[in-house]
Design a protein around this ligand. Sequence first.
Ligand code: 26V
Length: 820
Amino acid sequence: MTRTMTAKAPVLEIPDPKTLAHEVLSALKYRVGKGTNVATQYDWLTASIKVVRDRIVDHWMQATQEAYAQQEKRVYYLSLEFLIGRLMRDAFSNLGLMDNMREALKSLGVDLDLIAGLEPDAALGNGGLGRLAACFMESMATVDIPAHGYGIRYANGMFRQEIHDGWQVELPETWLDHGNPWEFERRERAFEVGFGGSVESITSKDGRLERHVWKPTEHVQAVAYDTPVVGWRANRVNTLRLWSGMPIDPILLDKFNAGDHIGALAESNKADALSRVLYPADSHKAGQELRLRQEYFFSTASLQDILQRHLSQYGDLVSLPDKAAIHLNDTHPAIAVPELLRLLMDIHGMDFDQAWDITKRTFGYTNHTLLPEALESWPVPLFERLLPRHMQIVYAINAQVLLEARATNQFSGEQISRISLIQEAGDRRVRMGNLAFVGSHSINGVSALHTELMKETVFADLHKLYPDRINNKTNGITPRRWLIQCNPGLTALTREAIGDRFLDDIDAIKGLEAFAGDAAFRDKFAAVKRSNKVKLANLVADRLGIRVDPSALFDIQVKRIHEYKRQLLNILEAIALYDQIRSHPELDWMPRVKFFGGKAAPSYHNAKLIIKLANDVAKVINSDPSVRGLLKVVFVPNYNVSLAEVLMPAADLSEQISTAGMEASGTGNMKFALNGALTIGTLDGANVEIKECVGDDNIFIFGLTTAEVAERRSNGYNPRAVIEGSPELAQAVAAVSSGVFSPDQPDRYRELIDGLYNTDWFMVAADFDAYAAAQRDVDAVWRNSPDWYARAIRNVARVGWFSSDRTIRQYAKEIWNVPA
Ligand code: 26V
């Protein structure tokens, strides 16, 4: 049956403020158990969420029943990270309740913005990969795809960052302290998860091998917690199902009774550890056993759930690929490939060939990084000890793949060894990227450039063997959170100019283009930008005591701190500019504030040093009277989704300056542009496509291309000579190395400086002059304010294509084979 014939979700009915106020009061009384006289702000928050959640539930059940009745194919998105942030505004806005709810709360003496600010940020992700999963969940609901997200309900998400004396300090994040009013605990939806043990082979009477039985020695259970995900105008409500680890026997009574009180709790602690904490390093493979346990824990629970749902509806598993598309968000759930084979063969009695065919037709896999240090692989001995049956299955898959490779007669021995799922050089390891690749019918990159590089580098040999599997799906962002909600001023102005169609179809934002030449509109646009900058300036004044001028150019680089993202290049340019301002006070400098924000992996030494440098440089520049306020540097602590919602609308300039070839896509670049910032960036990741959309005149591109980076690296790049040949850079580097910014410890940055002089793998020196020149071009355009805003408006008008609705429709059509 086609979708057009299905009954639609209930018509979106918008209750008046009086009704809502009544519902909030009732929720406060009956759900929170408080009266208005004793209610805390948190209680009001909980009551408000309960009211909106109740409304969501009607749409949710309808969508679920509809998917069942229509036998629709479902999408299952497996991801170890969902960086969803706060949900209340999202829900109010998507249900069209924002204005009436604000008024309802006001009538009760409650400030919506105040309680919204108390909602904890669900920080169940590191950065780009996790936030993409959150945007995808919202877009799948919006474009009406029946989908479930599967992940882990970490008790402690991404750590909270504080800056003490310029250094990053990590504190535990405890988002569940006040409970989680959004979720539904499903104790009955629990699956057993085993680890360790051995494999028994069952043979028939005539000696034929019949099946394998895995006998794990450890058992825990995964319990489901469901959070509804509301699409725009509540088109559809989908489910984010997060697993929590629980012991099967909370207390081992025999041990307890024997007096071993600690031993009695051992199982409970082990189960608890599985969903305790999110690994905070997104640039280095974790290597710890607990991480592999987490990966298996959530993969098997999700697959058991999917198979159970499918079996109860269709009665067999042969039809699985027709009714379920399971997507692997990076290799973190790649263990699901041998796990599905195990379930199909060992539990449901299929033979390898049939199970392998079903597996490949069911899975799709997205690669999010080419950095060799981030590609997952697990030591064979660890894999074998924890998952002995999966090890056997990996060998069986490998035998099959290598047979296919050899049969083509196209591969040398070296190529065959690169195709193998087992890395033999050094210690033997299971390559999770290769496993995800061979077990999927589609492997996609996240920008055009990244996808081409995948074909040429990590997956070159597998691409030759299976040439029709790699495809591109350029990332996107949800315009609901990243425009409509976070930038109400620009949304209102856009509605006034071009009407409401862009709210439902972001392509219609193209209509703004016509206003780039309209002086009155440009003034209004500038006024919106200014008020967003005032909001950021106030936040910085409140939290850091730093005063910044909202009429200065707001230049922002916010993202994880990593050498390849080159925050160091930006800091060195700030130092060079500082030097210029002091040595040429007679010149007419354009006032600028450089904002930095981002977390460093706790074990990433150089990244932490870069944070300290940014703070040291800020301290010196901000307190030097000879700068006359023309340059300020601000490091905003604890960058997260909620802060991004303040930063993106306030930016004039978006810094996207990674070494070409190293940033898979970037999504912050898209958020900034949609909010009217101009980009200064390299030809890396999705910047390439942003440039194509906005046009060369509306973006500042500089620096080496991917091919030039490779060429410089292979032709004996000499950073020392480059530094010595650039007076500005040499001066900036000398200032850092002589302790200008660290008088208390002049050699603090020696490692960073030595790295620059001796290796400079990330080509900071090679790109410095081009970057500094591009920054002076920025100043020149900024000086001519009408021209600047015309370009900013063109950015907004031309980046509708980077909506995650577009991305999701492409996945639906080209990978999942579901209507959208
Ligand atoms: C790796 C690991 C290794 C083990 C510890 C935990 C952990 C967590 C994440 C990762 C992989 C991170 C890859 C990643 O975040 N890639 C980013 O994906 C974005 C969405 O596609 C993309 O925009 C960014 O350019 C890319 O860096």
